[in-house]
Design a protein around this ligand. Structure first.
Ligand code: ATP
Length: 334
């Protein structure tokens, strides 16, 4: 049985329904992402789980217990938002201890548990500091420690990293993953950032306009987007309409409405069963370990092709190239 189960959840604001009968299941100890563009309803769903939004229909079950009728504090959840929401007049230690105080835990245990958690999030030595004197990343570590110190069954994260610098974001992604493993907690992460969802999650629910439009492991979703929306939102695919695919002579793929192929499976060297195109490099872009070529084909369609950044295969703007598109890697959408 799933640890978290949501059945037929509906929610309207006024006359507008924003969640249209959602169903989802999450296994114990997993990190699941709710991934979708702004306004698709992911925060509303997370807030419904937390009890901060009421729901109109459906049920929310955690560990076999129906929680949708319970007050937020009785649901056994921790939550971290985009903005840190620490108490500015309390130091780090008191901020972290706060949740334990609410639960009536005795003073000595409060101190030891809070210090342990502060260590675990990498802030040992900062116990006496006040939020105003901490960086954004440090404040978010405090917020994590404060949510986790009460040992919630489930941690809800609403875009917790989106206000932080890229480098700090990557560090905290690693921290959240290691806390998840070390504490064995189940995490639901709301994000609009596909890279964040891909790199952190065990399982992803892709949302659009109040529906879950696809779900699966990051690898599965990346390799098998099931709709034009998922293809555009999740990856950086080459995407062709039926007409474009026909104009490119993709005759074996004529029955699909859209055809997609990932930039990294296109090749400049001959590969097995492939469509073959002549083209010219019109732009290049250095992306660290990846070197991307934009290749204009005779029909003026531009393909994105990713290569590992090795000096041996550098191509330049103006170079004429032959592109091989392996048929087995083409994703067709009906
Ligand atoms: N309290 C509210 N009252 C009225 N409408 C709301 C309320 N909260 C959210 N909405 C609407 O519900 C829809 C879903 O919003 P929600 O915040 O869940 O989206 P989201 O996917 O989390 O987007 P974002 O990343 O921008 O927060 C939006 O159209 C939003 O305007």
């Amino acid at each position: 049985m799933s640890f978290i189960e949501i059945n037929n959840l509906r929610k309207s604001f006024g006359n507008t329904e924003v969640l249209h009968g959602l169903n989802l299941k999450i296994a114990r100890g997993q990190l699941a992402a709710l991934l979708g563009p702004s306004g698709c309803g992911k925060s509303t769903l997370l807030r419904a789980i937390a009890g901060l939004n009421s729901i109109d229909e459906g049920e929310i079950i955690i560990d076999g217990r129906r929680i949708d009728g319970l007050a937020p504090k009785d649901r056994g959840l921790g939550m971290v938002f985009q903005h840190y929401a620490l108490f500015p007049n309390m130091n780090v230690l008191d901020n972290v201890k706060f949740g334990l105080e609410m639960k009536g835990v005795d003073k000595k245990t409060r101190d030891t548990e809070a210090k342990k958690m502060i260590d675990l999030v990498g802030l040992a030595g900062k116990e006496e500091a006040y939020p105003a004197n901490l960086s954004g990343g440090q404040q978010q570590r405090v917020a994590l420690a404060r949510s986790l110190v009460t040992k919630p069954d489930v941690l809800l994260l609403d875009e917790p990293l989106s206000a932080l610098d890229a480098q700090i974001r990557v560090q905290l992604r690693g921290l959240i993953k290691s806390l998840q493993a070390e504490l064995g907690i189940t995490v639901i992460l709301v994000t609009h950032d596909q890279e964040e969802a891909m790199s952190m999650s065990d399982y992803i629910f892709v949302m659009n306009q109040g529906h879950i439009v696809q779900e699966g492991s990051p690898t599965y979703i990346y390799r098998h987007p099931q709709s034009e929306f998922a293809t555009r939102f999740i990856g950086d695919y080459n995407l062709f309409t039926k007409e474009e695919a026909a104009a490119m002579g993709a005759v074996d793929h004529a029955d699909y409405s859209y055809v997609a192929i990932r930039p990294e499976v296109l090749s400049l060297e001959a590969v097995g069963d492939a469509y073959v195109y002549e083209g010219k490099v019109i732009r290049t872009s250095m992306r660290g370990s990846i070197y991307r070529l934009y290749i204009e084909l005779d029909g003026k369609k531009v393909l994105k092709l990713d290569q590992l950044n090795r000096s041996a295969n550098m191509r330049r703007v103006g170079d004429k190239v032959t592109v091989y598109m392996p048929k087995s890697e083409i994703i067709g959408m009906v």
